[in-house]
Design a protein around this ligand. Structure first.
Ligand code: ADP
Length: 416
């Protein structure tokens, strides 16, 4: 089955085509036929794309006025003979679509085949993710329009994996009626990534899900941690929105909520403006005053001894270490800490800094192996005798979306 995976944002669309089916899933033989991204939809869009066979990604520009034009552009390219994807000669060779959907609220605990009722359910969650869900819905409607209602579409939710959190972990200590009235609670995000690396860890080591207890750290532009016991998420750092938890590229993560009113008074900002500042101008960029890009920050700290770049990295690592400690307590220990995401997969120095000071609970990194584990390599980075292991596992959300799509289409029960 050729599955088109779509991740539709407000002005960007990421896509992949993955050939997979139940047999390929069990043999781990899924095939990536194409991938790409379209940025700045609405004007002069920038498109990067490559096929499984191409030597390097191609970058072009095109005028794409909306999501429909962008998806249409992707479909035309996939089917064009000169693109050279042998398995795709026409639209009929795209057999299903898997969509990343950000918020599934409490209703969606697994990936689902999309029908009108599901679409309404995703619409009902717009309140919880006003920036993301509308773009996801547009992607679903557009794909249905362009490919026809006969092509099955599946929604894979960022929040679904965390629906196993116990009530004492997902409830905030607010008056209970606000949970009843507005469903204010911890939902958590990056679920597909946390779920994938926890699964891949079990697969690499050949151990049963019931025998695992891991802490996963997704460190990219957005960052979150999850405590995963016997394959189920039991706690996670992002909350009702992705703002809570770890320090991120532009988001503050945890902070005293009283700061919002204080700042609003002192700076003459509305609550909405303060929230926007917490989302867009805080975190690494806020502390450093330079950039939200960890690679650039590391270079500034190293080459120019920039004090605030160093401070931003220190705060980032310290917060992550505190979460590891918290989740060790929450689960009564763990077997491994798993790093993923752009920073988690590539920034050896950040990994080392996060783990420094965790020797007391049995985690010791092998510095040399850690330094070498970059560029989508996967493996253990702790010493052999480390009681708490550490791993780097590159995330692959698109693969999981494609596989969930196959399982939903085939009617196979999923196990998260
Ligand atoms: P997103 O969350 O948008 O998918 P990524 O997972 O790609 O983002 O992560 C982006 C982050 O990863 C950026 O902060 C970037 O600087 C960082 N990163 C990527 N490569 C490296 C590297 N070699 N060293 C340090 N940081 C890196």
């Amino acid at each position: 089955m050729n599955v088109l995976v779509l991740n539709c944002g407000s002005s960007t669309i990421k896509f992949q085509v993955i050939a997979t089916d139940l047999e390929k899933i069990s043999a781990n033989a899924d095939e990536r036929l194409a991938r790409g991204a379209i940025e700045r939809i609405g004007g002069e869009a920038v498109i990067t794309r490559e096929t499984g066979a191409s030597a390097k990604p191609q970058k072009i520009a095109a005028q794409l006025r909306d999501a429909r034009a962008a998806v249409d552009f992707i479909l035309r390219w996939l089917c064009a003979p000169e693109t050279g994807i042998l398995q795709i000669a026409s639209l009929a060779d795209l057999h299903a679509v898997g969509h990343r959907v950000v918020h599934g609220g409490e209703r969606f605990t697994h990936s689902v085949l999309i029908d009108d009722e599901v679409l309404h359910g995703i619409e009902d969650c717009i309140d919880l993710a006003p920036l993301h869900n509308p773009a996801n819905i547009r992607g679903i409607r557009t794909a249905r329009e362009l490919l026809g209602a006969g092509v099955p579409q599946v929604a894979v939710f960022d929040t679904a994996f965390h629906q196993t959190l116990p009530d004492y972990a997902y409830l905030y200590a607010l008056p209970y009626q606000f949970y009843r009235r507005h469903r204010i609670r911890r939902y958590g995000f990056h679920g597909t990534s946390h779920r994938y690396v926890a699964y891949r860890y079990r697969q690499m080591l050949g151990i049963a899900r019931e025998a695992t207890k891991v802490i996963t750290l997704h460190l990219g532009n957005g960052c979150s941690a999850a405590a995963i016991c016997e394959g189920n998420s039991v706690d996670t750092s992002m909350g009702m929105t992705p703002l809570e938890g770890l320090v991120m590229g532009t988001r503050s993560g945890d902070l005293d909520p009283a700061i919002i009113d204080f700042l609003s008074e002192k700076e003459g900002l509305s609550a909405r403006e303060v929230e926007s500042m917490l989302n867009k101008q805080s975190g690494l960029i806020g502390i450093s005053g330079l950039t939200n890009d960890m690679r650039e920050l590391m270079a500034e700290a190293e080459e120019n001894q920039d004090r605030r770049a160093r401070l931003a990295i220190d705060i980032f690592c310290y917060r992550a270490r505190k979460y590891i400690g918290g989740y060790l307590s929450a689960m009564g220990g763990a077997d491994a800490v798993i790093f993923t995401g752009g920073i988690g997969e590539n920034a050896a120095e950040v990994r080392a800094k996060i783990c420094r000071g965790l020797e007391w609970c049995g985690l010791s990194l092998d510095d040399e192996i850690n330094r070498e584990m970059i560029g989508r390599r996967e493996g253990r980075i702790s010493t052999e005798d480390s009681r708490l292991a550490a791993y780097v596992i590159p995330t692959d959300e698109e693969l999981l979306i494609a596989r969930d799509t196959v399982r939903c289409v085939e009617g196979v029960k999923q196990r998260y």
